[in-house]
Write a protein that binds this ligand. Sequence first.
Ligand SMILES: [Zn+2]
Length: 210
Amino acid sequence: MQEVPDLIACEGCDALYKRPELRPREVARCPRCGTVLERHWGRMHERLLPFTVASLILFAIANLFPIVEIEVQGLRSQTTLAGAVLALTRGEMAEVAVLVLATTILFPLMQLCILFYLLLPLSVRGQRPAGFNILVRAMQVLRPWGMIEVFLLGVLVAIVKLSGMARVLPGAALWAFMGLTVLLTAVLAFEPKAFWRIVFDREARKGVPP
Ligand SMILES: [Zn+2]
């Protein structure tokens, strides 16, 4: 089999470099434009699994418990974030509702599920699961939409839009959302391309050809 040189391309200026040998927590930058070439995540991926599981639990609490109380024609009812967003779709704010649904529920849930699916076999058996390549690429495509800023903006828009017609309940769902924001900041900072480094390093140690 032909030996593939271990090169890395700068995302900022396209310069090619030999992949640097990094120690834990070291960061390599392009000498030409300063873009981060590679970051050593230390043992981050091992801590990522418990963070991901905790995020999924908080995500469930945040979305299963009521977060707002809506009053319609004198009748009060408590509803979850999804329920409130569905109420928005019936009004004139359908586009806003779809955006809120995607940024606060759909994208974070997809990313957390993919992360869990990738991390569990990697951490437990040191193996990559079926569909690894496609899912890492899917994570990269989803990443701009799963940024914590986008998530917060979605929550903010939902609260502002709903505040006219609903009262935000200071209950389990609201606390779970706050905790989730903190956890997601750590979880979503992880770059999906680092998965390649993890599996190649591991397989190189085992002597398995890539
Ligand atoms: Zn560069």
